[in-house]
Design a protein around this ligand. Sequence first.
Ligand code: FE2
Length: 401
Amino acid sequence: MLFRNACLENSSSLQDFRVEDGKFTEIGNLSPFEGEDIKDLGGKLVLPPFIESHVHLDTCLTAGDPVWNMSGTLFEGIECWSKRKERLNENDIRERVKKAVHMYASHGVQFIRTHVDVTDPALMAMKTMTELREELRDVMEIQIVAFPQEGILSFPNGKELLTEAVKMGADAVGAIPHFEFTREYSVESLNFAMELAARYDKLVDVHCDEIDDGSSRGLETLAARALELEMFDKVTASHTTAMHSYNNAYVFKLMRLLKMSRINFVANPLVNIHLQGRTDTYPKRRGVTRVKELMEAGINVSFGHDDIFDPWYPLGNGNLRDVVFMGLHVCQMMGYEDIMNSYRFITHNAAKTLHITGRYGIEKGKPASFVVMDAKDYYEALNKNAVVSESYKDGEKIKIQ
Ligand code: FE2
């Protein structure tokens, strides 16, 4: 099939591309074969599919059930969740995850990395998510991070539960060093998670220093282990909000290690601008990691939604445009080029985070997965909140439910 007159990733002139057997076979100024199906895109924007690089699908779509978070704080969120958790069962998780995945799909998302709480002796959410990962494969590629929400060292049998989750088929190993009881536990939890991932050849994605405490320094341990174990870009540091509060002399020194380690970062601007800085009076910190500085140092950063309509974040409909929109404001990245290229936070940069770049992107020979937007470029798409009119996965148009 020949697609004509596409604005490919903000290209200044329109281009055509051909899709055969689910792959891109030609890109350029093309003439149709005899009898070939032709679709004229009329100058619309074509991008690689969107990627959610950080979300918690097991808690999504539970806001206000049974109670609303009235203060909006993390701590009241935990109280609300403990009430909701009483009714958590396999069917409940299935229904909500399926709904959320279809919401994402309707906005052109084709890949999701979800963190799943494994501080549960029954590992119910983990078991259910591994089943859903297969069932939803035609619509969404899902990566599962075994996420020890209540700690590895600070939760009974935390190490065993994390190991079991990896054996059940988690794609990545998580950790939460800033939540561990002590600094020693924090370091030990990271060593354990990294060695577990190395042993089972898994990716790593750590909730790293998601706190406004400038002395929370899990990041240096994570980066050092990524370097020493030669795991490099298989490792991701999510949140790193404490980095917002690190002193500049320390960040200057840390940057050398971060560059050497080649780890990825995920910032979650919607949730962190909402939840961080809550213990501050004024001035209030923004609580989002140093995105601009990391990017300038050549370090990969993607953006995630983190929570969708749950006790910790009361809004969200699976449209990553909102994440980008907030991220650009909070990180003061509103220059023309910044805005034009900002789709990369939820496409190419996120593909690096998910470690899928070899089979991602609009290039000859790669799977023909892409989205079409009602806009002439991403600047307009972002500014006018343009819809994703079509989403193709491996050459097939995804039916949006
Ligand atoms: Fe998170």
